[in-house]
Design a protein around this ligand. Structure first.
Ligand SMILES: CCCCCCCC/C=C\CCCCCCCC(=O)N[C@@H](Cc1ccc(O)cc1)C(=O)O
Ligand SMILES: [Zn+2]
Ligand SMILES: [Zn+2]
Length: 492
């Protein structure tokens, strides 16, 4: 712990130099217009190596235009990494303080027009919401981080603790993560304990990957903040059936399409085992137990007895089901060359999101045991193991900084709980550099909002975006604390 005198000075310093997170009406209008402009640039990632490079280049110029102070501040270094990713190094006044990293991504998934109330790249504002692809995933974070920094700099802020802002351009494709590869390249090290002066100096990473969750669990009436201290693994498995093509007037009993469709159907009809009780979920629910109304509070305070009931209830909803098991999503099916030709090949791709209690190999074996057809070939396209759990006890400074900022910006939220991200984030590329990886977007999220992520009518309220800027404005200042991680190998 920091000695009292130093701690006191630290607190006094914090009080004396604290910049209030109050923004003028003009600044609030400007920040929402900046987000709209960002949404209008279609920075779509399609497949590995298939990006809208024109839009990505335009976005780089756009950042210079809307955040001029960030780009002209002498203690901020900006580097373009991997052609379209951006790494900002903000040099603090106290080099003895371990730096941290804020992550976000510029690229978005495609958004066909159909189903959208407004065109997905219009950035139109309706009833207090800004609509568009990337408003939640993840241009809101890109713009909020840079906006908060711009507003701090305009108010003559000088950070004490250095930090990095890593804005990737390929998060939405399975890539080596150009920004992380670039960052590692910049720091010249791949390992957790590099020689002095080498390696990733940032021991705290904050990325997308959770929210203030509102309405995801029946009988839990109050929203709570879940900070993801881990994330599920993933396995992209391509299944293929090859057969001799021929005239469709004399077809075999089963074609390659029929064989593969049956295999895929067996996978869909046979969910992976329910792993409730092993992984961060139990911790999340135990922290929430007393927030539930009766009798749920009794149930969640006695999971040793009621866990079979809880695990069954959580299976009923797609989102909470994703917390208790490895999920199976058949996302691509390609086959056939012509209506009167027996199809030579059929391919299907299955996207598994792996529960922390399982491994890639275990899921692969389970899938083969479910398909149980040696005419089906298996090809692993990409795989990531579930990530380690980052420290979240009272000594974990990174987690505590996030918790502290949540409580100051969202005073109405009285529960901050660790949890797991059911999706993947760019932070998966940094696990060999630090264990202090946290995923949290300071936004309220309701189930219907989740359907907008990679779906239709993705939107963010103007007020929520302003609050996200406020959160980062506060977080960056909170991180200036002189408190240091305790010696027992804790990261920030
Ligand atoms: C106990 C309370 C209930 C908890 C309810 C949880 C609700 C959902 C909350 C957060 C989900 C996080 C979604 C935002 C981050 C998504 C980031 C993303 O889309 N990542 C891609 C990365 C990827 C993976 C595989 C690929 O081939 C390409 C990209 C993703 O799809 O995961
Ligand atoms: Zn994302
Ligand atoms: Zn995404």
């Amino acid at each position: 712990t920091v000695p009292r005198s130093k701690g006191l000075r630290d607190a006094e310093h914090q009080r004396a130099s604290r910049i209030p997170s109050q923004f003028s009406q003009e600044e609030r209008v400007a920040m929402k217009e900046s987000l709209k402009g960002a949404i209008q640039i279609p920075t779509v990632s399609f497949n590995p190596g298939e990006f809208n490079t024109t839009a990505l280049a335009e976005f780089g110029e756009y950042m210079h235009k809307v955040f001029p102070t960030v780009f002209r501040t002498s203690f901020i270094q900006h580097e373009v990494v991997g052609e379209y990713s951006h790494l900002f190094t903000v040099q603090g006044s106290d080099p003895s303080l371990q730096p941290y990293m804020l992550l976000a991504h510029i690229d978005v998934v495609p958004a066909p027009d159909q189903g959208w109330e407004v065109p997905p790249f219009s950035g139109l504002e309706r009833d207090g919401f800004i609509y568009g692809r990337g408003t939640l995933d993840n241009k809101n974070s890109v713009m909020a981080i840079l906006q908060a920094l711009e507003l701090l700099l305009i108010r003559n802020y000088i950070p004490r603790r250095s930090f990095f802002i890593a804005l990737g351009h390929d998060e939405e494709i399975v890539a080596p993560g150009s920004i992380s590869a670039g960052v590692r390249g910049t720091w010249g090290s791949e390992d957790l304990s590099p020689p002095p002066g080498k390696g990733c100096p940032a021991r705290l990473h904050v990325d997308e990957g959770s929210f203030i969750l509102d309405g995801f669990i029946p009988s839990l009436k109050k929203p709570f903040a879940m900070v993801s201290v881990s994330e599920k693994g993933s396995l992209d498995l391509m299944m293929e059936v090859n057969m001799t093509p021929g005239h469709s007037s004399a077809p075999p009993k089963e074609t390659s399409i029929g064989i593969l469709a049956a295999a895929v159907s067996r996978l869909e009809q046979t969910p992976m085992p329910n792993m409730f009780g092993s992984g961060p979920l139990k911790m999340t629910l135990q922290q929430l137990a007393n927030e539930f109304s009766f009798p749920a509070n009794v149930i969640f305070n006695n999971l040793w007895l009621f866990w079979p009931l809880v695990s069954r209830l959580m299976e009923r909803d797609d989102i909470t089901n994703a917390l208790v098991r490895t999920t199976t999503a058949v996302t691509m099916f390609n086959a056939g060359i012509k209506v009167n030709v027996i199809p030579p090949v059929a391919q299907a791709t299955v996207n598994f999101r792996i529960h922390p209690a399982q491994t890639v190999q275990e899921v692969l074996k389970l899938a083969k045991d479910i398909v149980v057809d040696d005419r089906v070939q298996f090809h692993v396209l990409e795989a990531f193991e579930p990530l380690p759990v980052s420290p979240f006890d009272d000594q974990a400074l990174g987690y505590q900084l996030i918790r502290q900022t949540i409580q100051s910006v969202f005073p109405e939220i009285n529960i901050v709980a660790p949890g797991i991200c059911i999706a993947q984030t760019d932070s998966r590329h940094y696990t060999n550099l630090t264990t202090g990886i946290y995923r949290f977007n300071p936004l309220y999220l309701q189930p219907q909002d989740f359907s907008g992520i990679h779906g239709i009518n993705e939107r963010i309220s103007v007020q929520a975006f302003e609050t996200q800027v406020k959160f980062l404005f506060e977080f960056i200042q909170n991180a200036d604390t002189e408190q240091r991680p305790v010696s027992h190998l804790h990261e920030l």
